[in-house]
Write a protein that binds this ligand. Structure first.
Ligand code: GA4
Length: 321
């Protein structure tokens, strides 16, 4: 089974800016969490791309490698064993099919809860999730500081809430036989995970050293993100776009299959409690500024996302005209 798209016009493109003037794309924004300018760089990256890379993140390398080897071990089991952890609705093992509405991709995955009590059988998973959640909260606090909104935990408290509806995903993109032996110039694009935005607030992604992730600049072009197994990549989700009244943009991204090396990624999706009202924070609104969106709860948005296709513009249904 192959899922093909037209080759993209990669890495020569224009990015949107806060004043809507295009400028030449100058690389994936890089944020060093230990540097004092990190909050300004984070705000700029969220406004321009909704995407950036984090170095000096403080997550112990040992937590990462332990979980990666557990993931690799799981995905190398016979299909019949893996299927015992399925189907993936809402959590569990799945392959080739993503969501419930006909999306397909060259991928297998495990969707998990972030609840440490339910995951008590894997200390590697729990250690990793706790450390990545802490980093995600630190980043959300830097965003609040950079946006000059009070209190500084106005965003991070949504993830810290006991009722926070966050989830975790392990993805395995196997070697794609269709692409084996083809140079990247002659290879077609086989879709591993189709283009989409993440519905939550923030996503924290870590992958092994295999390429495949691409982000969209919103002008039809796709930028390949060079893999870096020692860093994390952060995505702004749809909910954060709404909370900032469109100041931050959720990033459209996708993963292409690879003919040379398999890819393993692990993603933490930080979401609010189901009952949380998702609306622009009062403190981000200037003067007479009005909300760009109808009011909805995370429960309502999640429900609507579950009945959509991956590539749909899910926020479109909630935009005020
Ligand atoms: C994208 C982000 C997360 O991986 C996810 C995905 C979810 C799923 O795999 O079941 C969705 C997708 C994601 C958005 C639209 C719907 C739901 C597949 C799909 C077609 C777990 C999530 O929360 O939303």
């Amino acid at each position: 089974m192959v899922f093909v798209t037209k080759p993209p016009n990669e890495n020569f493109s224009y990015a949107r800016t806060s004043n809507n003037v295009s400028k030449l794309f100058s690389g994936i924004p890089l944020v060093d969490l230990t540097k004092p300018d990190s909050k300004q760089l984070i705000v700029k990256a969220c406004e321009e791309y909704g995407f950036f890379k984090i170095i000096n993140h403080g997550v112990p390398m040992d937590f990462i490698t332990r979980l990666e080897s557990e993931a690799t071990k799981f995905f190398s089991m016979p299909l019949s064993e893996k299927e015992k952890a399925g189907p993936p609705n809402p959590l569990g093992y799945g392959n080739n099919h993503i969501g419930k509405n006909g999306d397909v991709g060259w991928v297998e995955y495990l969707l998990l809860t972030t609840n440490t009590e339910s995951n008590s059988q894997s200390s590697a998973l729990n250690d990793y999730i706790s450390a990545v959640k802490k980093m995600a909260c630190e980043i959300l606090e830097l965003m609040a500081e950079g946006l000059k909104i009070q209190p500084r935990n106005v965003l991070s408290k949504l993830l810290m809430d006991e009722q926070s509806d966050s989830c975790f995903r392990l993805n395995h993109y196997p070697l794609c036989p269709e692409l084996q032996g083809l140079s990247s110039a002659s290879a077609r694009n086989v879709i591993g995970f189709g283009e989409h935005t993440d519905p939550q607030i923030i996503s924290v992604l870590r992958s092994n050293n295999t390429s495949g992730l691409q982000i969209s600049l919103g002008d039809g072009s796709w930028i390949s993100v060079p893999p870096d197994q020692n860093s994390f990549f952060i995505n702004v989700g749809d909910s954060l776009q709404v909370l900032t009244n469109g100041r931050f943009q959720s990033v459209r991204h996708r993963v292409l299959a690879n003919g040379l090396k398999s890819r393993v990624s692990m993603i933490y999706f930080g979401g609010p409690p189901l009952s949380e009202k998702i609306a622009p924070l009062q403190s981000v609104m200037n003067g007479e500024e009005e909300s760009l969106y109808e009011e909805f709860t995370w429960f309502e948005y999640k429900k609507s996302a579950c009945s959509s296709r991956l590539a749909d513009n899910r926020l479109g249904h909630f935009e005020r005209i």
